[in-house]
Design a protein around this ligand. Sequence first.
Ligand SMILES: Nc1ncnc2c1ncn2[C@@H]1O[C@H](COP(=O)(O)OP(=O)(O)OP(=O)(O)O)[C@@H](O)[C@H]1O
Ligand SMILES: [Mg+2]
Length: 298
Amino acid sequence: MNQAATLKKWKENIMAEDEMFTSARTAPKPAVNPRVMCFSSGKGGVGKTSMVTNIALAMAKLGNRVLILDADLGLANVDVILGLSPRYSIKHLFSGEKTLEEILVQGPGGIQILPSGSGVPELVNLSEGEKLMLLSEMERLESPPEIMLIDTAAGIADNVLYFNIAARQRVVVVTPEPTSITDAYALIKVLSGRHQIRDFMILVNWVRNEQEARKVFKQLSAVADRFLGMLRLLYIGYIPRDTAISRAVRQQKPALELYPDSKACKQFINVAENILNTENQCRDDGNIKFFWKQLLGI
Ligand SMILES: Nc1ncnc2c1ncn2[C@@H]1O[C@H](COP(=O)(O)OP(=O)(O)OP(=O)(O)O)[C@@H](O)[C@H]1O
Ligand SMILES: [Mg+2]
């Protein structure tokens, strides 16, 4: 199936799901309301994976069960940054060789990682049977995650859009570099223009201080306001430029574990709290099951 056809298929699935879930929304709320958040950036190398891993750990420290879906096929992905070597990926689930429980990798601080390996393209084009299998495996997990963070690849490739559409909340990582701001804008433009997504959380990385971060946020929201109309861009904080992050990457451990007192790590906790505090803005359908149904189009 070519790219245009794939996108069309997702769109149709997602529209059908939306209708289905409009009626489902009136059903009683589940006891827990797990949340799915997709991190992306437009431009590569701006710190997505470092943000996702440390924010995941911060959320775990704040008492949440967190799962990272590594949806990036790039080299410096989550398992590399965390020094893990997953033996299996989601592919082994579909081939029937492993259960989801067996594929999940235990990371630091109790976080779990679901490695997609080279399975991201397959995730986009699963057969009906595979979709049902993944969904039922998700439901069978002994301790299902309360929060799921998705680390995506750079750019606005199909699968990046796909995860953004399926997730309930989106974090756009941006740095003061002009190309990062224009690429973040391009991502927001595609998601709002083609997919009617209106809410974005903005995380500013690699700044000297909060003042610089606020300036970057203002620049991005000014241009979004001017050209894209009614969007809700929410500033959720900043991470300073800090060698604790690059040193930790080299040591293949999360900065929050190695350098908890660093400037960056204090902000990771702040940002995690800020994101968790947006909970009330989250719709009832922002749960894991909804995500998978949305993602899988069933
Ligand atoms: N605030 C920061 N201060 C210092 N170094 C940083 C900061 N944020 C990220 N880095 C460094 O930048 C590099 C790229 O970060 P990372 O791999 O997290 O980016 P990415 O957006 O996931 O990249 P890709 O688009 O390739 O997936 C890493 O070596 C990391 O150490
Ligand atoms: Mg990355």
